[in-house]
Design a binder for this molecule. Structure first.
Ligand code: ZN
Length: 108
């Protein structure tokens, strides 16, 4: 993928996640009103948080595309493995650095 394609992909994913966030807002409110089980509400909140985290990652990746540091690990400064970027275009760290830190909810 070239950078224009990556940017396009990230923008599309960001739009999709933002739409899913606004749907989650509605469903969350609905759950509270209907007094549904706590575990469901909790799940919605967890999903919500994970989605917001991912949007943040995408925004950060887009700004790295702008300043020319995309595909460079933000932690050690080495190139991020191309396979890793293909799988997760929004990641900002290489596999080595990612494995040193506790995994986030997306397993990266
Ligand atoms: Zn690294």
């Amino acid at each position: 993928m070239n950078h224009a394609e990556i940017r396009d992909l990230l923008n599309k994913e960001k739009t999709r996640l933002e739409e899913s966030l606004s749907r989650q807002d509605v469903s969350l409110k609905g759950d509270f009103e209907k007094g549904q089980r706590f575990s469901q509400e909790e799940m919605s909140i967890i999903n919500h948080k994970a989605t917001r985290e991912k949007i943040k990652d995408i925004v950060a990746a887009l700004s790295r595309l702008d300043d020319g540091t995309y595909s460079i690990c933000t932690s050690c400064g080495k190139p991020i493995e191309p396979d890793r970027l293909n799988a997760y275009p929004e990641v900002g760290t290489c596999i080595t650095c990612a494995s040193k830190r506790p995994k986030n909810i997306w397993g990266k």
